[in-house]
Design a protein around this ligand. Structure first.
Ligand SMILES: C[S@@+](CC[C@H](N)C(=O)[O-])C[C@H]1O[C@@H](n2cnc3c(N)ncnc32)[C@H](O)[C@@H]1O
Length: 249
């Protein structure tokens, strides 16, 4: 892990543009930061990135420190509250880390993403979704992300262990254009339930189990045990017909 990112996690607090100090919260954790960083590091073609939801900038740093030094690197941040609720901490961290290739769009993603799409499809190599966590909002972000990603690009989504986010992501995982290429699982599998779930809880087996088991029992056993973060690779154009549908959530 990059030293600057490590120092933020170990300090557990951050300082805003106003000079105020805040406890670090709402951020991706260290495992997720490592996962994002290495996903990008492994593929030198990832240069143009976009994220929804910056907060204190831990995900922005993980993405930008991985693409730093690549010709044509650019990072677009969509976060309507970066300079209000978050006191500019996220973009300040990027500046402190010597990142000068980012653009902040302080507009809600439901308005910003269609505008970006209007400028062109398939523009991005990697999109990270970590904004407003309702089911419909996550699905909307993923809908636009799918259009904005080039083939062989990556879609990563955080907080998949939230029911709302998880259901949206399970639906998206059925798109024929995506293959899951990695996940960060919840840590400390203490009980047999969690150990079993760690093995079974990737989206594809989850669908099979969800269909086979009584839904109440299924949720009691598996709800706490889904991945925290997943990444999909876009392996083909999204050619679903107008009547495409999946009952698998
Ligand atoms: C969980 S935090 C993001 C954490 C960040 N990815 C990190 O790892 O440090 C959620 C973020 O979504 C932003 N947000 C809230 N509503 C949004 C919307 N409608 N569109 C885009 N971002 C939104 C919030 O301002 C907040 O920064």
């Amino acid at each position: 892990m990059d030293e600057f990112i490590r120092s933020l996690y170990s300090a557990g607090k951050v300082t805003g543009r106003s000079g105020k100090t805040y406890a670090l919260h709402s951020a991706i954790d260290e495992k997720e930061s490592d996962f994002l960083f290495h996903l990008i590091k492994k593929d030198p073609k990832i240069k143009k990135t976009l994220e929804v939801g910056c907060a204190f900038g831990l995900s922005s740093l993980s993405i930008c420190l991985a693409t730093k030094g690549r010709a044509g690197a650019s990072h677009t941040i969509v976060d309507p509250f970066q300079n209000t609720e978050w006191d500019g901490v996220g973009t300040k961290h990027l500046e402190d880390a010597g990142i000068d290739f980012f653009k902040l769009i302080e507009v809600r993603s439901e308005f910003a993403l269609p505008q970006i799409l209007h400028e062109g499809e398939a523009q991005f190599d990697l999109i990270f979704v970590d904004g407003w966590h309702t089911f419909d909002h996550t699905l909307l972000d993923c809908f636009y992300a799918t259009r904005l990603l080039r083939v062989w690009g990556f879609l990563a989504i955080d907080d998949v262990n939230w029911r709302s986010v998880g259901r949206a992501v399970s639906f998206v995982s059925n798109y024929p254009c995506y293959e899951q290429c990695g996940a960060v699982m919840e840590s400390s599998a203490k009980s047999w339930r969690r150990k079993l779930a760690r093995i079974l809880a990737t989206p594809v087996p989850r669908r099979v189990w969800a269909e086979a088991l009584n839904p109440g029992w299924y949720h009691r056993v598996f709800d706490q045990c889904v991945p925290q973060m997943v990444a999909f690779k876009k392996v083909a154009e999204d050619r679903r017909n107008f009547d495409w549908h999946s009952d698998r959530f």
